[in-house]
Design a protein around this ligand. Structure first.
Ligand code: FAD
Length: 426
């Protein structure tokens, strides 16, 4: 649906995870003005929260930093953090997008000196560590944050603590009067790169998440392993800080299950193998049991699987555990039946890691305009018609790993460029 009025050559990218960042950079380097919206305080999405990423187990800052440099050097990309879409009208070549920004309470004068954080003793759950640790109420999103700018937790606004934080800033960067703003921008094409959230493990009641601190999820494991995580990177039992050496990984926790996520998230098997590698690096005597239905290690990542499979201290157990209970010894016990040997088991562990899947970030209601639809699971599907100007990429479009997200983002950028150029001719 293209419509009348002046046509815009600007490409709007919604979501600044690895997919949105890639799409923005590719479109801008092809010569287009790009607006990149991110609802959070910094760019990078879930990849920034990984400890390392397969296949090479690189630190995520490697891949992200290169892209941050490309953004900094390109005057055609306008980045807005704390920003999301409140509504879209129009069609290809002529979208009017209502952007909504939430207050950060810190303006661009911030030098990230940290005096605001020193001024307060109040702490809030650290969103970057999935609430596994606490952070000062004036905080930097994380050590490699881009933009490198503090945020003030909304909980302190209106309290004397907020006044202390403001008084400590000698740059005039704290603005406690910031409020939600709405404004319109014009765009010729829109790329939705809104990514995913972890499936809520509380909903898998037989697995007792929430009944023991020693039953955690795979995304929490990423933070536990990281040097800026809650334990400084030590893989320990959250209950008492003892080394986590006997560890169970539960594959398909909620995935491929009609009661939860009916689909396969594609990356969880490799994610758990990566976690086994973290444990084996840290403890020579670690023993890891990976409970699986079947292993899905696709393409080039088969080699990573074969490496782990050859490790005598990593045991692959073909079984979907029936339940996890907290035993009288206080430890989580994994219970079920081995599909191969038919043996019934009830095994205690230091730590149980639930490999929960990726659920698309709710974009329902937002993505209603013509040109984008959701599949039955909530992933965004772009129409491929000549007249469309909306595209999706990364995990917003389906469960993908980083390299596949990057590929899909490059494809979306190309389609968006074609759409605005066709719009200019139309
Ligand atoms: C436990 C685990 C381990 C993993 N490990 C690996 C690995 O080692 N290697 C690998 O290749 N892959 C790994 N993955 C997969 C990887 O995390 C994804 O491929 C990657 O996050 C996809 O990036 P994305 O940009 O599509 O989505 P995201 O990372 O989710 O980024 C989306 C961004 O959009 C923002 N956003 C959402 N909605 C809006 C909105 N309405 N307005 C504005 N902004 C919005 C979000 O805040 C976020 O910043 C792992 C996944 C899991 C679960």
């Amino acid at each position: 649906m293209s419509n009348g009025g002046p046509r815009s050559q600007t490409i709007l990218v919604v979501g600044a995870g690895i997919a949105g960042i890639t799409a923005a950079v590719e479109a801008a380097e092809a010569g287009h003005d790009v607006v990149l919206l991110e609802q959070g305080p910094s760019l990078g999405g879930r990849v920034a929260q990984l400890n390392r990423y397969f296949p090479k187990l690189c630190h995520p800052s490697c891949g992200l930093e290169i892209n941050f440099q490309r953004i900094k050097k390109n005057s055609q990309i306008k980045v807005m953090t704390m920003a999301s879409v409140a509504g879209v009208e129009g069609g290809r070549g002529n979208y009017t997008v209502t952007v909504k920004t939430s207050p950060r309470y810190v303006n661009t004068r911030c030098t990230a000196c940290g005096d605001c954080a020193k001024a307060t003793s109040l702490e809030v759950p650290d969103p970057f560590n999935y609430g596994l640790s606490r952070v000062k109420a004036a905080y930097l999103p994380h050590e490699h944050a881009f933009p490198m700018r503090y945020v003030i937790a909304p909980e302190v606004i209106g309290t004397p603590e907020a006044d202390k934080i403001k008084a400590a800033c000698t740059y005039g960067a704290v603005d406690l009067n910031e409020s939600e703003q709405r404004f319109e921008i014009k765009a010729g094409a829109i790329i939705w790169a809104t990514g995913w959230k972890p499936y809520d493990a509380n909903r898998i009641t037989p697995y007792s998440y929430g009944l023991s601190p020693d039953i955690i999820t795979n995304v929490e494991m990423e933070r536990l392993a990281n040097h800026t995580g809650p334990t400084g990177g030590k893989l320990t039992r959250p209950s008492d800080g003892a080394p986590a050496k006997k560890v169970a990984m539960i594959q398909c926790a909620g995935s491929r299950d009609q009661n939860h996520l009916p689909y396969c998230s594609r990356i969880c098997c490799l994610g758990s193998m990566k976690h086994a590698a973290y444990l084996r690096e840290q403890y020579a005597d670690a023993e890891i049991d990976i409970y699986y239905i079947d292993i899905r290690a696709h393409d080039k990542l088969e080699a990573f699987y074969n490496r782990l499979r050859a490790d005598p201290q990593v045991h692959f157990i073909k079984s979907k555990p029936g339940h996890i209970v907290v035993g009288e010894d206080g430890r989580p016990h994994v219970c079920g039946e081995d599909t191969v040997t038919r043996e019934l088991y009830d095994r205690p562990y230091d730590l149980v890691v639930l490999a929960t899947g990726m659920e698309p970030n709710a974009a329902r209601g937002l993505a209603a305009p013509a040109g984008i639809e959701q599949d039955e699971y909530g992933f965004l599907l772009a129409h491929e018609g000549d007249d469309e100007g909306m595209f999706s990429c990364g995990v917003a479009a389906g469960p993908l790993d980083v390299s596949m997200s990057v590929q899909s983002a490059t494809a979306a950028a190309l389609k968006a460029v074609q759409a605005v150029r066709a719009g200019a001719r139309g």
